[in-house]
Structure formats: structure tokens, C-alpha cells
Design a protein around this ligand. Structure first.
Ligand code: NAI
Length: 711
């Protein structure tokens, strides 16, 4: 039974949601059927006094079964299915008896919608529980009455952050926002409060079912709201560039719904949902952020060897990356030895960890004793001997082969045979670095992104001799620090840096052709990238790009090959020669005013890169930036740099922010359609060069009618 129906001697019925065989309640067909059953039962219950809805799991309800949503094919099917579910909630709301949600834990999406359909909400005050309507993050909208009820509960403006951004709350925050009515410290107290409310409110009705109900803050036509709502779509487009239809649909649903009665509003919500749920963007986002992410975490790319647990990590180098690695490791319960060349440098790294922890404490996200405990796990040292007992080392010393060889030997002298050595190198091939190790099978690449405490991805690199055990150890460690691991084979730039660089290079190539820098930057944002290619070049530093370029060129020559020319080189060289190496240098494509005011594009660009006589259509710029990344990703897959579609897609979104609405670089090709993609890529190749040439693998897949499907 997915829901137990228990009536006490007083005719107060407790409905306990408890989906069999699952650790959490999700709204699926079984639960839907069970709800239908209990609604019939409640309506037939003579002398019913009131109802309490709660859950037998640790959480209340985690949300809708996303796999079920993903399978919705036609808008009609989506509309019918959501209407069926919400009509049940509406019947509960209109029972004529008080209904209380006893929210014992996390209530997300459909879970919170169930609670909102109740007349009163008592939540267990657990700061780890999350409440919210995160549908927008999967390209959907809360259509189980979520938009309609939250707007009526909070008013349009107050409801927007929860609906349009999917902002989540702790129970205490939900209480402050007016979404939860009461908090309780224990389950018993929560249930007692629910009963007390039922006793005190025998004839409860939802506020919106009371005659004369007015939405708090006023209707959309209210003079204080109308001007704000008039510009809301424009403000949104400025942020989303029309790439995220869900956010727009939510605003429309909320505003249109607020102009009419509850039941009509509820139907408007279902209609917008039907369009979104069967649209391409929701499919892309669900596939990436749900299906593929789960497949990665489930270990699709992990060798099939027993699970490992890292207990003590040695971090070599307490600089920008090293302190971040120490911080995330200690946060996840590991002992950390943070080593640098001298005690002062090591202490400075530990102090940066302390600053990160302090920030959490000051924001109320962590208790002081927890901070002390975590910081207590980090030992700063200058002595390699302190590395004794570490089962995993991650080196983050300067990007220098000889230095890395030296610290490898130094650390290995202190370690047992089975300890694993990870390198956070961003450019040096792992196989080469492993040559300095006595145990190259235990050597693996563990490539973090900056800033380590914020970036969700870690690229794990398998060198020629890396063993399955070493790879699995790195993989399990990355999951333990709550980041997402992708697995790639050793090669130049690995996967993420290699494809990412095609984006910034394309921006520079456009500048070399005389396209307007503002148009180039806008095209990047319109494509769905978080930052324009020129701003990004400044962040990375043109000096560093030039350094990597020169090294790559040398490596090619050493192998008797020539590095293919790229039209961006002239831009990179010019900027470096002008001393405009980027943000850290205080000048790059942008000017960085010394008074800290906002950066702006350098006016001298037009003198060095003569404006073209004709501007390209903006879509051409957008396409070039997206296609070049997608094509390079296919090349990586063709060359075996990575093997799993999920690694390719998630790596692109989490690694360098590739258009999330498109679901990643490979899903973008599915999104366009392989045949159409190839035709357009051929066109671009004819105009701009071989970098747009569709790889053979892509043509073969198209010929066989395949697309990129995650395992
Ligand atoms: P950093 O310059 O901030 O830190 C390097 C640290 O290593 C310094 O504190 C230095 O004193 C220490 N060090 C030097 N010799 C040492 C030795 N013998 N033993 C112990 N510590 C020693 O450099 P950053 O940016 O943290 O980079 C470190 C590594 O991470 C490099 O390999 C870099 O390529 C890689 N990386 C950097 C990223 C970034 O965005 N900065 C991103 C991904 C990887």
C-alpha cells in the first residue's frame, strides 16, 4: 500500500505516504492511484473530522517521478495526466473538512504541491530538509497547482523567486516566507499540532475558496504591480536570451492565472505545462540533469572493482587549487594533510580554508562547533613525513614537470604500496607524469576546476598505466566530496580544456575577421554560454593561452607534425604583444578600471582588428560558437578521449558552462537533429574552415539513423 489510511477514535484520518520499495516517496502511477483511492474513501467517510497528510519516510515527498515525466509524448497526454492528479488534490482541498500537511522532511515539486493543497502546514524543523518548487531547473513548471496556489498564498511578486528561479528553503525559511504555518521540533509535536489545528478549525476552506478572496499584493492590474509585470518578460529575456521557455511560461501562468478564478487558473497552468513537458528543452534538461547525471553517479564509467573509501588525503601545494581541495575533502569528513614548501605557505592555505568556513558560519549555514571540527581535520605542514598514512595524494603544485616529478617521489617515499597518487595538472599528460612514479599503475589525473569549492565537476584522467583500482579510488573520492566525476583518457587538453578552448578561439577568430566585439560577446551569451568568449579569454589570461599554444606547437614539432593554423592566433599574439594579457594583468579585451567600477570593452580593439565591411548575421556567430564545441566533442569521442555520452554532456555543462538548455555538447546535436546539424556544419566548414568539418563518426551515425544516447 502506497498510502495507509488510519482513522483515530475521533474520526481524524491520518494518511501516511509510504511508497513500497523506495527510500523516498515520489509521485508516480502507484502513488497517483493510491491518492485516488483515499480521496474516494475520505469522501465516503461518515463523521470525518479532519485529515492529516504525512509520510513514513525520512522525507515527505521528493517530487514527481521524473522518468514518468520524461516519457510524456503528446501535449494532450501531458495535459490529461496532470489534470487527473490535480483534480484529486482539489477534491481533498474541497472536502469541507480541515486537512493538515504534517511535513516531516523534504517536500519538493509535487511534494510541496500536495502540502499547498492542504489547509494548514506544520513542518518538522529540520534544517537539512528542503522545501521548494524546482521544476524550472528541469525546464518544467509546477503544474500540480503549485503556481496557482503559491501566487494566491504569497502574491505574485513574493511567489516569483520560488517559481521562476526554483529557490529552495529550509522549513524555517518556509515559515518566514509564509508557506509553512507552524514548525515543530519532533514528530510527536508535529502530529499534536496538526490535531490541535483540526480541532480548532472544523470548517476549514482554502483562502481562495472564500467569497471575495483577493490575491495578496493585488491583481496584475494593480497600479503598484502592473509596471513591474510589464517589464518582467523583458528582464527575464535579458537573462535567458529566450533559451529557457519554462521561466517565461511560469510568469505567463502566474499572471494569466491571477486574472481569473482558481479553477480556470489551474487549467491554464496545465496547458502551459503540457507544452513545456513535451518540448525539446525540458527533454534536454531532464536527460542531462536527471538521467545522465544519475548514470554518472551510478558508476557507468567506473571500473567494476570493489568500492573504496578515502580516509586521509595528502594535498601537495596549498595555493589556489590546493587549499580548495583540502577544504572540500575536510568538509566531507576526511583527514587532510596540506603540505607546501614551508610552514608559512601551508598555514596560509589552511587560513583560506578557515575563511571559507567562517563565511558559512556567518551566513548561518554552519554551526561554530562544526566549523572547528572540520578545520581540526586539516593539518598544515612543510614536512613530507606527515604524509604517512595517507591513502590518497593530490598534488597541486606549480604546473612544472620536474617539480611534479620531485614531489611525487618525495610523497611516495612516505606512502604504502597501495596509496594512490592523483595529479591536478591542467595540461601535462598523465602518462608522462606517471613516469616519475615508482608505481605508475597507482597514478591518476584528478583535474579540478577553479574555484574548487564551487565548481561541481572533476575530470578523472586515466593514464596508459593507470589501474582500475586507482581510477575507482579517484572516482569514489570525487563522489565523496559531492562532486561529479567524468572519466577521460589521457590526451592533450584532456576533454574539457580541449573543447572549451574552441569556444574562446572562435570568439577571437570572429574578432580577427572584424566582427564587432560587442556582437561577439552577445552571441556567446545568446548561445547560452555563461560568459562571452572575449571576457572569458581575459579571465583565463591570454598569456596562459599563449604559453599552452607555444608548448603544444613544440610538442607537435617534436612528433614531426604541424599544429593546424587557427585564425585566432593573430589576435592572441597581438594582445600579448600589446601587454594586454587579461584581467589579472589589468588589461585585456576589456578595460578594468582601477577604481573597481565595471569593466568595459577596450576601445582600441577596432584599431588592431579592422572592422569588417559587412557584419555577419548574429545567428551565424551563435551557430559558430555552438557548432565548433559540439564538433570538437564528437572528435574527442571518435578518438576515444571519452566513451560515455553522459560524460561528454555533463562534462560540458558542469566543466565550462556549455548551454544547459541544450543538455550538453552532444545533446545539442540531437536537439538540432543529426542531418540538419551535418548540413549546417558543412556550410560552416565551406565558409570558415576545417574545424567545422563533421567528423566521420557523426556522418556514420546519421547514415544509420542513430543519435547520442546515454548508456
Ligand atoms: P598556485 O600557484 O596557486 O599554487 C601552487 C602551490 O604549490 C604554491 O602554494 C607553492 O608554494 C606550492 N609548491 C611549490 N612547490 C612545492 C613543493 N615542492 N611542495 C609543496 N608545495 C609546493 O597554483 P594553482 O593555480 O593552485 O595550480 C596548481 C596546479 O593545479 C597546477 O598544476 C595547475 O595547472 C593546476 N590547475 C589549476 C587550475 C586553475 O584554475 N588555477 C585549474 C585546474 C588545475
Amino acid at each position: 500500500m502506497a498510502i495507509t489510511y488510519e482513522s483515530d477514535g475521533n474520526n481524524i484520518v491520518t494518511l501516511t505516504l509510504d511508497l513500497p520499495g523506495k527510500s523516498m516517496n515520489v509521485i508516480n502511477e502507484a502513488l497517483g492511484e493510491a491518492v485516488a483511492g483515499v480521496v474516494d474513501q475520505l469522501e465516503a467517510h461518515a463523521d470525518l473530522k479532519g485529515v492529516i497528510v504525512t509520510s513514513a519516510k525520512d522525507s515527505f515527498v521528493a517530487g514527481a517521478d521524473i522518468d514518468m515525466l520524461f516519457k510524456l509524448k503528446t501535449p494532450q497526454e501531458a495535459f490529461d495526466s496532470i489534470e487527473r492528479f490535480k483534480s484529486l488534490l482539489r477534491r481533498i482541498e474541497k472536502l469541507g473538512k480541515p486537512v493538515v500537511a504534517a511535513v516531516n522532511g523534504t517536500a519538493l515539486g509535487g511534494g510541496l504541491e500536495i502540502a499547498l493543497a492542504c489547509h494548514h502546514r506544520v513542518a518538522l524543523n529540520n534544517p537539512k530538509a528542503k522545501l521548494g518548487l524546482p521544476e524550472v531547473k528541469l525546464g518544467l513548471l509546477p503544474a500540480g497547482g503549485g503556481v496557482t496556489r503559491l501566487v494566491r498564498l504569497l502574491g505574485l511578486q513574493n511567489a516569483f523567486p520560488y517559481l521562476v528561479e526554483g529557490k529552495e528553503m529550509t522549513p524555517a525559511e518556509a515559515k518566514a516566507a509564509g508557506i509553512v504555518d507552524e514548525l515543530a521540533d519532533t514528530r510527536e509535536e508535529m502530529m499534536a499540532k496538526a490535531v490541535a489545528w483540526i480541532e480548532a478549525n472544523p470548517k476549514a476552506v482554502a483562502p481562495w475558496d472564500v467569497k471575495g478572496f483577493k490575491i495578496p499584493g493585488g491583481a496584475p492590474t494593480h497600479p503598484s504591480l502592473a509596471p513591474v509585470l510589464a517589464i518582467a518578460p523583458a528582464m527575464l529575456r535579458k537573462k535567458t536570451y529566450r533559451n529557457y521557455p519554462a521561466a517565461e511560461a511560469i510568469i505567463n501562468t502566474a499572471v494569466e492565472g491571477a486574472m481569473t478564478d482558481f479553477d480556470t487558473a489551474s487549467r491554464i497552468e496545465s496547458r502551459y505545462f503540457a507544452g513545456l513537458a513535451t518540448g525539446q528543452v525540458a527533454k534536454n534538461m531532464i536527460s542531462a540533469f536527471w538521467t545522465q547525471l544519475n548514470s554518472i553517479k551510478g558508476g557507468t564509467s567506473r571500473p567494476d572493482v570493489p568500492k573504496t573509501e578515502t580516509k586521509k588525503v595528502g594535498v601537495l601545494g596549498a595555493g589556489m587549487m590546493g587549499h580548495g581541495i583540502a577544504y572540500v575533502s575536510a568538509m566531507s569528513g576526511m583527514e587532510v594533510v596540506l603540505k607546501d614548501v614551508n610552514q608559512a605557505a601551508a598555514d596560509a592555505g589552511r587560513a583560506k580554508c578557515e575563511a571559507l568556513l567562517k563565511k558559512r558560519v556567518s551566513r548561518g549555514k554552519m554551526a561554530q562547533d562544526k566549523m572547528d571540527e572540520i578545520l581540526g581535520r586539516i593539518t598544515a605542514t612543510e614536512s613530507a613525513e606527515d604524509l604517512k598514512g595517507c591513502d590518497l595524494i593530490i598534488e597541486a603544485v606549480f604546473e612544472d614537470r620536474d617539480l611534479k616529478a620531485k614531489v611525487t617521489a618525495e610523497a611516495e617515499a612516505q606512502l604504502t604500496e597501495d596509496a594512490i597518487f592523483g595529479s591536478n595538472t591542467s595540461t601535462l599528460p598523465i602518462t608522462g607524469l606517471a613516469a616519475a612514479s615508482k608505481r605508475p599503475a597507482n597514478f591518476v589525473g584528478v583535474h579540478f576546476f577553479s574555484p574548487v569549492d564551487k565548481m561541481p565537476l572533476v575530470e578523472i584522467i586515466r593514464g596508459k598505466e593507470t589501474s582500475d583500482t586507482a581510477l575507482a579510488k579517484a572516482f569514489d573520492y570525487v563522489l565523496k566530496i559531492k562532486k561529479t566525476p567524468i572519466v577521460v583518457n589521457d590526451s592533450r587538453g584532456f576533454y574539457t580544456s580541449r573543447v572549451f578552448s574552441t569556444y574562446v578561439q572562435e570568439g577571437q577568430a570572429l574578432l580577427a575577421e572584424g566582427q564587432h566585439p560587442r556582437a561577439i560577446e552577445s552571441a556567446g551569451l545568446q548561445a547560452g554560454m555563461p560568459v562571452g568568449p572575449l571576457a572569458l579569454s581575459d579571465e583565463v589570461s591570454l598569456g596562459l593561452m599563449k604559453h599552452i599554444h607555444d608548448q603544444t606547437k613544440k610538442d607537435f614539432e617534436a612528433e614531426g607534425k604541424t599544429l593546424p593554423e587557427h585564425p585566432s592566433w593573430v589576435v592572441m599574439d597581438t594582445m600579448v604583444n600589446l601587454g594586454r594579457k587579461g584581467k589579472a594583468a589589468g588589461a585585456g579585451f576589456y578595460e578594468y578600471p582601477k577604481d573597481g567600477s565595471k569593466k568595459y570593452l577596450w576601445s582600441g580593439l577596432s584599431q588592431h582588428f579592422a572592422p569588417a565591411a559587412a557584419h555577419l548575421p548574429q545567428q551565424e556567430l551563435v551557430d559558430r560558437m555552438l557548432y565548433v564545441q559540439a564538433i570538437e566533442t564528437v572528435r574527442c569521442m571518435e578518438e576515444g578521449v571519452f566513451t560515455s555520452v553522459a560524460d561528454g554532456n555533463i562534462g560540458s555543462i558542469f566543466g565550462w558552462g556549455f548551454a544547459p538548455y541544450a543538455g550538453g555538447t552532444l545533446q545539442f546535436i540531437n536537439h538540432v537533429g543529426l542531418d540538419k546539424f551535418i548540413a549546417r556544419a558543412d556550410e560552416l566548414a565551406a565558409k570558415y574552415g576545417d574545424r567545422f568539418q563533421p567528423p566521420k563518426m557523426l556522418r556514420d551515425m546519421a547514415a544509420e539513423g542513430k543519435n547520442f544516447v546515454a548508456a
